[in-house]
Structure formats: C-alpha cells, structure tokens
Write a protein that binds this ligand. Structure first.
Ligand code: FMN
Length: 222
C-alpha cells in the first residue's frame, strides 16, 4: 500500500530535537479544525486543546523546571499505566528507554545523565510550539479514547505539513503548574502535551522503536 494516508501514518514517529524555526499558528489552527473530524462517542467531542508559543510556552517550561530541578513532583490527573505494570508492557517500555539512552550515549546507571535526559522533556525538546490536551475531570475512559483519536489526527495533520511532534505525558505530570500558568479551571484534567516543530537531523530523531508482528496481537475470524 502506498497511498498518502498510509505513508503519513508510517512516517509518524516521535521526534525529540527540533530546529529553531517557528511553526505557523494559522496552519496549526487549520490542522486542529481538520483533526476535529475525529470520531467521538455520540459526537461528544470532549477534547480541549491549548496552543502555546512565545512567552507562554517559555513560562510553562520555566515553571515546570523550577520544580523538576528541585525534585518536586506533582500528582498526574490520571494514572497512565496500571500498577503493577503488566510484564509485557514493562519489558517494551524498558527496551524503549534503554534504546533511547544508548542512542544518546547515556549510561543507564548514571543518574545525573538520566535526569538531564528527562529534563529535555521540560524544555519541550526545544520545540517552538506546545499543545496541551485537557478534558473535564469527570471524563471516563471513553472520553480519553476520543481525545486520543483527536491527538493522533493532529499528529498526522501536522506531519502532512512537514511538522513533527512528540506526545509528552511527562509534561502532563505537572497538571497544577499547567493549570496555573494557562489559567485552566480546576475541574479540567490534563491529558497530554504535544511538542510540535520541524525536526532536525540529530541522531535521536532516527529512533523508531520496533513494532510487534501483526499476528502477535491480531486474530482473524471467519
Ligand atoms: C500519551 C503519550 C505520552 C508520551 N509521553 C512521552 C514523554 O513524556 N516523553 C517522550 O520522550 N516520549 C513520550 N511518548 C512517546 C512514546 O515513547 C512513543 O510514542 C513510543 O515509544 C513509540 O514511538 P514513536 O512515537 O516514535 O513511534 C509518549 C507517547 C504517548 C502516546
């Protein structure tokens, strides 16, 4: 299959180093509008998105870093993975982390290096534009699912315009700071951030974690 949609789906991977080149907010607005064609239960469209550039983007980064650098953490608005994490998820997550460290020449037992690696998340990997996805905090799993479809549409729409991205739960793990800086009401839950920009040609951006063979997770019935 070689059509453009499939090519874009296959080309989307998370990028973690960006050029100092602004992203057009007008273009982003059009992509968000297209992305809103995502399906949602009874067309409920539960998602909300904040688009940050310039001073606000920098302020959020600085406010989170003030805490991160002091080893102060906030409680995310929802738990991303079950605890304990099922062994098969854990193994893939470990592999993903270690492969990233290897590519960056980080020794996995070197805590300062690992902290610096994590810190890059709060610089949004130098991406000039950050999105924050949020929803009403009474949301259930279905509403989160809908928000994920919307996010994926945005990532694909961005890429169709040459703009790369990286979803960031790490950033969403500072929900109180996000709400404070963006003046978002307390009854809103922070779902994820998305760093957006033009990817540079750093080694880190060659990272594509392997996918399972389709038959490992697909059952065909007749
Ligand atoms: C909701 C969500 C949150 C994520 N949070 C982070 C993050 O905080 N930092 C990061 O470097 N990557 C993050 N990722 C990227 C994943 O590591 C990445 O999607 C996965 O390894 C698959 O790689 P690919 O996106 O390059 O195909 C996140 C992905 C998702 C879907």
């Amino acid at each position: 299959m070689t059509n453009q949609v499939i090519r874009t789906i296959e080309a989307r991977h998370s990028k973690r180093s960006f050029l100092k080149k602004d992203v057009s907010v007008e273009t982003v607005k059009k992509i968000i509008e297209s992305a809103s064609n995502a399906p949602s239960g009874k067309n409920s469209q539960p998602w909300k998105v904040a688009v940050l550039t310039g001073q606000t983007r920098n302020e959020l980064s600085e406010e989170i870093l003030k805490k991160f650098d002091e080893n102060i953490y906030e409680k995310p608005d929802y738990q991303y993975n079950p605890q304990p994490i099922p062994p098969e998820y854990r193994e893939r997550a470990r592999q993903c982390g270690f492969s990233l460290f290897k590519l960056k020449g980080i020794d996995k037992d070197n805590k300062p290096q690992r902290k610096e690696h994590d810190r890059q998340n709060y610089l949004f990997f130098d991406a000039p534009l950050l999105m924050i996805f949020y929803i009403n905090n009474v949301a259930e799993k279905g509403n989160f699912l809908d928000t994920g479809f919307f996010m994926q549409n945005i990532m694909l729409g961005l890429l169709s315009e040459g703009i790369s991205s990286c979803p960031q739960f790490s950033v969403a793990s500072y929900p109180d700071t996000i709400r404070k800086v963006l003046n978002i009401a307390d009854d809103q839950a922070i779902v994820s951030a998305l760093a957006c920009g033009y990817a540079d040609d750093s080694k880190i951006n060659t990272f594509i974690p392997p996918r399972l063979p389709v038959d490992d997770y697909t059952t065909f019935y007749q």
